[in-house]
Structure formats: C-alpha cells, structure tokens
Ligand binder design. Structure first.
Ligand SMILES: *Cc1c(COP(=O)(O)O)cnc(C)c1O
Length: 379
C-alpha cells in the first residue's frame, strides 16, 4: 500500500471502487457461496476461500496495521487459533503471558497439550524471564499487550528481536489498542490478530476476527488453517464490520478522551484502592506504553475499597453500565473478574481480589463519571 495514507482515509475510502458495484456508495453484500467462472476471470470461486465484501475489510485492516495482507475469520478465537496452529506442531514449545485472554490460555494450556504442544506462562513484563524460558523447541512467543484484565505490557521491540535471533515466530493479540493506537508489525512482530467483536466492529452486533502479516505467512494460513478449518467470516458479518470500521478513528478518540477522564477521576477517589490503566502516569509501564502506542483505548480495571458484598452493591447501583463480559462497543460495560475469587485463585490467575473491569463507552464523560460517583456512595 501507499505509505502515508491517513487512517481516516483508509477507514472511509481505501480498498473500495464503487464503479465495480454499479456506483453503489455502500458496497454490496456479496451473499453468494459460489462464483461462476463461465464468463470471466474475476478470481473468485467459493466464499470459504475469498469473497469480495470480505476483501474490502481485509484491505483496510492490512493497511491500518501497515501489513501486506489480512484475512478475516468468524471470530477472534478463530483468528487466534489459526495463527497459533500455523506456528506449532507436535513437540513444539510456546511462551505466553499468564494473563492472556482466558480462551487463548485454555487453548494453549489444555487443548494443545493433547497434541504434544507445551506452553510456559510468564509474567511478560520481564525480558530476562522470557529469554530464560526459551528452549530449543520453542516455536512461538505469543503476546497480548496490554493484557485485557490487568493491563500489563510486553516490550514488543525487545521481544521481537530476541525471537528473531532464536528463529521463533511472534504473534500478538492487538485487540485492546486497535490498529489506531498500536501497529506491532512496525516493531518486528510477525503476526497481528484481533477480535473484531470489540472496537473494530464497535457496535456489539458483530462477532469476528482478523489476522495481519506478510503475504507469505498470510498465504500459508489462507490455504491451510483458514480453508481447512473453515472458520471464515461470512459476507454479512464482513459488511457490518466494514460499517463499524468507517468510524473507528472517531470512536477511538472519544473512547480515549472519556477513559482518561474516568481513570483520573477514579485515581483520586477515596473509595478506590487502585486503577489499572496504561494511560495514567502512575501506571508502572507508562513510559513503555507511550513508546509503543500512540493512544489508549477505553477499557480499564480498578479495585474498589470494600468486601465483595459492598463491591457488588456498587456494581448493581450503576445505571449507565451493562453488567456483562465483552467490551469495545458504544455502550458502557462492567464486569467483575476479581469478585468472588479466593486468595489462591487470585494468585494463580494474577487478578487482584475485588477487581472490576469497565469498558468506557461513548456517552458524555460527565454522565459516566456522575454514574460511577453515585454508585461508589453505596460502598
Ligand atoms: C474477546 C477477545 C478475544 C476473542 O474474540 P472473539 O471474537 O470473542 O472470539 C480475544 N482476545 C481478546 C483480548 C478479547 O478481548
């Protein structure tokens, strides 16, 4: 792609040609399983292999990440599984941060063990711990920075360097920062994966995943993991994702603005023990965060000062927040990964007791802060 295209241009115009769609400004949903080759050589055959609506999204996301190619999948986990399967075989060893997305952790820790793939889980913030975990059979260092519950970071440039020296492939889950705020390929990471169900879609109405890498790696994954396992994005899903992406830069700017205000408010509040948000100067890795990201999204955690019962009273008193998993949509969401866990579990999963996680949505910051302030009075 052309260097220097703005991300706003990529989201609104890039990769589209309305002349091909009878002038339609909004590209059509090519809701077709199969493509006839009787009178043409357009290159499409079957939607499990490729689809014109899906390809528009793939071009945009590849350009946003500064990668050569992208492919869409039916969910974030489908993209993650495809990336990991590309990098392991029987007897392989993987290194990953302890706090990776829970389903990714289960895939590595339990499921892949059946196939003789072993994973060492590390804190992720210490380079020496990662270096010391490398074995002759290490084929993959899997990253997620920041991790989406406790918001610790991994140093992408240093880890990519170590991996290259040792012939190890690197994959990162970049869902939190989005391609608007972090482009890991620039630091030498090999494969970027996203759950498109969060900010990329942005409206809590689409499940999807995407993977970005060099043409060589993407071609391999396309003809192996994507076509053989078959978890492709369907054309309607792609169209919803395309519509979401149009406003991605605008939405991320607003999520960041709101989240910064909420984090600063929480940090000063007497009933809050601790705020975990890489955008805050008090975050232990704030300097690294500013080095490898250009902004901060709207998801953060904090620990209210109270027992589980009081914390749940706070949660139930919120009026603007839905209580559910997931994040990255226009709405405000709270969930409670640190409530109801024992000291032992808290240590094992590295989640502080009492921790709640909030996805700061697109209402006005004043309303959101007012709602949290009111609810904190219930503690
Ligand atoms: C939600 C999520 C996923 C999984 O994505 P799905 O689209 O739900 O499969 C992966 N990584 C992170 C960080 C997530 O938040």
């Amino acid at each position: 792609m052309d260097e220097g295209l703005s991300k706003e241009y990529i989201c609104t115009c890039y990769g589209e040609d309305s002349d091909m769609y009878m002038g339609a400004v909004a590209p059509p949903i090519f809701q077709s399983t199969v493509f006839s080759r009787k009178n043409g050589s357009h290159g499409y055959t079957y939607t499990r292999v490729s689809n014109p609506t899906t390809e528009i999204v793939e071009k945009k996301i590849a350009a946003l990440e500064g990668g050569e190619e992208a492919r869409c999948f039916s969910s974030g986990m489908a993209a993650i599984t495809a990336a990991i399967m590309r990098c392991v075989s029987a007897g392989s060893h993987v290194i990953a941060p302890r706090n990776v997305y829970l389903c990714t952790r289960k895939l590595l820790e339990n499921y892949l063990r059946r196939f003789g793939v072993e994973t060492t889980f590390v804190d992720g913030t210490y380079i020496t711990e990662i270096e010391e975990s490398i074995r002759p059979n290490t084929s993959l260092i899997y990253l997620e920075s920041p991790v989406s519950v406790v918001f610790t970071l991994q140093d992408l440039e240093k880890i990519a360097g170590i991996a290259k020296t040792n012939g190890i492939t690197t994959v990162i889950d970049n869902t939190w920062a989005t391609p608007i705020f972090q482009n890991p390929l620039k630091f030498g990471i090999d494969i970027v994966v996203h759950s498109a169900s969060k900010y990329l879609g942005g409206h809590s109405d689409v499940l999807g995943g995407v993977l970005v890498s060099s043409k060589k790696i993407v071609d391999e994954i396309t003809s192996n993991e994507r076509v053989l396992m078959g978890a492709v994005m369907d054309p309607h899903q792609s169209w919803l994702l395309l519509r979401g992406i149009r406003t991605l830069p605008l939405r991320m700017a607003k999520h960041q603005e709101n989240a910064m205000k909420v984090a600063e408010f929480l940090e000063k509040h007497e009933k809050v023990k601790k705020v975990l948000y890489p955008g805050l100067k008090s975050h232990p890795q704030h300097e690294l965060a500013c080095k490898q990201m250009t902004g901060f999204s709207g998801l953060m955690s904090f620990v209210p000062d109270g027992d589980d019962k009081r914390i749940m009273r706070f949660v139930k008193s919120l009026k603007l927040f839905h209580e559910c998993p997931s994040w990255g949509g226009y709405e405000c969401i709270i969930n409670t990964p640190g409530v109801g866990i024992s000291d032992k579990t808290s240590k094992e999963i590295g989640v502080p007791k009492g921790l709640v996680r909030v996805s700061v949505g697109l209402s006005s910051a004043e309303e959101i802060i007012g709602d949290i302030d009111n609810a904190l009075k219930q503690i």
